[in-house]
Design a protein around this ligand. Structure first.
Ligand code: CAA
Ligand code: FAD
Length: 379
């Protein structure tokens, strides 16, 4: 077992670090305050290949491995968790799902612009009454011969108004349960497709979260992904990889909060000494360092298993479960270490604490990760 990164992986890590410092750090507080989407930065991320990192260059991607993806996600999330979720959805839900399961025609038409960052995509599974219980969704797509008629509402969709291409999961045969679900490629602007108001969120406020309404939207037959009834398996398999992306986002948030806390603890004085010399503070930093290292190892293990073509349902869920808890614990303590300064925006850690919370909720809550892990290990 070799824990050393390759030259290429180190290069990607450095490029992402530089990008985050120069393009994301200035303005991150303002974007959070005004819930402003990082449009210019996302465009540049596309140009740098960060939006289709693992996609084959023949489809416009950067052709990198999943370990490089984890490294880049961590660096971006360390500075701006909102930009990181845009990157995660496009890479590991939309592009990865399309590259693995779409037809050649679908890839040429939709994947190439998505992987090259020309446009961004969204993944639409959750509904007002079906989040964790994804099979109980109400959106339907009725087979009309040469097209499907799509009706329903999707909730909480990341990149909701900024995306051009939407992967929408819907029931085609509700009586068949999860075997009667299909996934479709839907374009923005098709008649009957409306985008709801932007959500006002606790964290990741720079990201763009909307509900989407579909009323008799005509979806051409050729836009169904895979065989009839493949939609739930599509969603589950895509989410297994997606969870590595969110785990890396959580890892980045934790690492960012830890670095700021370590620096602050070495500078801030109380009772005639730097606060790091108080054991209560030093132990918090020690706990952070241990948990972050463990989270990183889980992310890397899942990513490396993905690169080896192994089943990552358990390892992806473990990485997300642990890294998201680490992000939450670390950011809460980061605020504590910063004292009163931790409570105001200019020191960043209060934003990180708000951003961390979502990593325990989306792409399967922590409770759902435990269901996935426990069912997996019981098999
Ligand atoms: N990988 C592959 N297949 C899986 C799977 C996994 N992780 N989990 C379940 N399946 C398969 C099962 O093997 C089964 O298939 P067969 O019938 O062919 O054997 C089928 O799915 C149904 O499985 P269950 O009976 O276990 O299904 P269930 O209804 O009890 O629930 C669940 C399964 C794991 C809870 C699932 O509903 C789930 O993952 N829910 C969470 C949904 C989620 O993560 N949403 C995220 C939305 S995207 C998002 O959030 C993006 C963002 O924020 C940025
Ligand atoms: P519920 O499913 O109602 O869960 C409520 C509580 O009950 C949770 O604590 C949950 O863990 C618990 N619970 C539910 N079932 C069980 C059980 N069987 N055992 C134990 N506990 C259980 N979805 C998308 O499809 N695409 C996106 O791009 C997307 N982006 C998002 C962005 C944001 C900012 C947010 C907030 C959400 C996003 N989501 C997206 C939706 C997200 O995936 C769901 O919110 C999440 O899966 C939880 O579903 P829910 O909100 O309906 O909660």
């Amino acid at each position: 077992m070799d824990f050393k990164l390759t030259e290429e992986q180190l290069m990607i890590q450095q490029a992402a670090r530089d990008f985050a410092q120069t393009e994301l750090l200035p303005g991150v507080i303002e974007r959070d305050e005004h819930s402003k989407f990082p449009a210019d930065a996302v465009k540049k991320m596309g140009e740098l290949g960060f939006l289709g990192m693992m996609v084959d260059p023949k489809y416009g991607g950067a052709g990198l491995d999943s370990v490089s993806y984890v490294l880049a996600m961590e660096e971006i999330a360390k500075v701006d968790a909102s930009a990181a979720v845009v990157m995660s959805v496009n890479n590991s839900l939309v592009c990865a799902g399309m590259e693995k399961y779409c037809s050649e025609e679908q890839k040429q038409k939709y994947l190439v612009p998505l992987a090259s960052g020309e446009v961004i995509g969204a993944f639409c599974l959750s509904e007002p009454e079906a989040g964790s219980d994804a099979t109980s969704q109400k959106t339907t797509a009725v087979d009309m011969g040469d097209h499907y008629l799509l009706n329903g509402t999707k909730n909480w969709i990341t990149n909701g108004s900024t995306a051009s291409t939407y992967l929408v999961i819907a029931h085609t045969h509700p009586e068949k349960g999860h075997k009667g679900i299909n996934a479709f490629i839907v374009e923005k602007g098709w008649p009957g497709f409306e985008i709801g108001l932007k959500e006002k969120k606790m964290g990741i406020r720079g990201s763009d979260t909307h509900s989407l309404m579909f009323t008799d939207v005509k979806v051409p037959k050729e836009n169904r992904i895979g065989e009839d009834g493949f939609g739930f398996a599509f969603a589950m398999n895509v989410l297994n990889g997606g969870r590595i992306g969110i785990a890396s986002q959580a890892l980045g948030i934790a690492q960012g909060a830890y670095e700021l806390s370590l620096k602050y603890a070495k500078e801030r004085k109380a009772f005639k000494t730097e606060i790091i010399n108080h054991q209560a503070i030093a132990f918090k930093l020690a706990d952070m360092a241990v948990n972050i290292s463990a989270a990183r190892l889980l992310c890397m293990k899942a990513a490396s298993e993905k690169d080896n073509g192994e089943d990552i349902s358990i390892s992806g869920a473990m990485a997300k479960l642990f890294a998201s808890q680490t992000a939450m614990d670390t950011t809460i303590e980061a605020v504590q270490i910063h004292g009163g300064n931790g409570y105001v925006s200019e020191y960043h850690v209060e934003r990180m604490m708000r951003d961390a919370k979502i990593t325990q909720i989306y792409e399967g809550t922590s409770e759902i990760q435990k269901i996935v892990i426990s069912r997996g290990i019981a098999k």
